[in-house]
Design a protein around this ligand. Structure first.
Ligand code: GLP
Length: 272
């Protein structure tokens, strides 16, 4: 149904539509290679502009292509991450940094070591720190001492989490310990083919730490992300969907696979 311009309802509909358009840009990628190239170009542009950039990194399946591409570019001397400084976004609580399930180990193996980052430029969360509250405070202090995050690269949880900030998280929180939701733990059990017991708690930089980053790159891949992306595209900040905390960020880029474009629109009406 099309409303005539003078119909009083058209004004209301226009207002609703305006609210439902996020301020950020969503770039829809038609292939994995396009996704990887655009994401890598984004990071490369930052490193060219600011070689000593401070970057927070995600773990998971989503950024694997990006990491491989950055490593390949570094090997071909088309990029250098040697002066940049890196933090991770999250990890499981209680795991040592070399535990096979730890995000610290994942990042070292898939990105930090092969791309050639010096040890003194790496600060990863210590999931098994004895004084975990002290570790949280120290981590924030380290980010601040580095000058704050220039770029936070984020994946997206099926329930809308960013880092390990689960639905209902306090948006004013900095690095803290979180209780992982059943949905998150179930997803992770499947990802690890049931080989590991997924810890009940995680440690994550908080949403306030993430949104303080000067630039954010949100990467969205996988059919399971449709509802969370739909909530984001609805354009209304809602603590039930942590990703919507990014809506008001001034320098946010969202890269999403094109398959999610229609799915996300269709799912937007699905109640949480
Ligand atoms: C995990 C991590 C997040 C990650 C997300 C998406 O729970 N805590 O940091 O971004 O899930 O993971 P994937 O890229 O494997 O879908």
């Amino acid at each position: 149904m099309r409303l005539k311009a003078h119909d009083p309802r058209s004004k209301h509909i226009k207002r609703v539509l305006k609210m439902s358009v996020p301020t950020s840009t969503i770039l829809w990628c038609r292939s994995g290679s396009e996704f990887t190239r655009i994401a890598a170009d984004h990071v490369a542009a930052l490193l060219a502009r600011k070689p000593e950039a401070v970057i927070a990194l995600p773990t998971g399946q989503t950024p694997l292509g990006l990491y491989a591409e950055l490593v390949a570019r570094a090997a071909a001397k088309r990029l250098s991450a040697a002066q940049a400084r890196f933090f991770n976004l999250d990890d499981y609580l209680g795991l040592s940094v070399d535990h096979p399930l730890s995000y610290a180990r994942f990042l070292r193996e898939h990105f930090l070591m092969p791309v050639g980052v010096a040890e003194e430029h790496i600060r990863l969360l210590q999931g098994d720190a004895v004084g975990i509250q002290t570790e949280c405070g120290d981590y924030e202090a380290a980010i601040e001492a580095a000058g704050g995050l220039d770029l936070a690269i984020l994946g997206l949880g099926t329930n809308g989490h960013i880092g390990f900030n689960e639905p209902g998280s306090d948006w004013s929180a900095q690095t803290h310990v979180v209780s992982l939701s059943q949905e998150t733990r179930t997803t992770h059990v499947a990802q690890t083919q049931g080989k590991f017991v997924i810890p009940e708690y995680g440690i994550t930089v908080g949403i306030s730490t993430i949104v303080a980053a000067r630039e954010i790159l949100l990467l969205v891949v996988g059919g399971g992300k449709a509802r969370a992306l739909a909530a984001f595209r609805a354009g209304i900040p809602d603590p039930k969907w942590p990703v919507t905390a990014l809506l008001t960020h001034r320098n946010l880029t969202v890269l999403a696979e094109a398959e999610l474009q229609s799915a996300a629109v269709a799912d937007v009406m699905v109640p949480h």
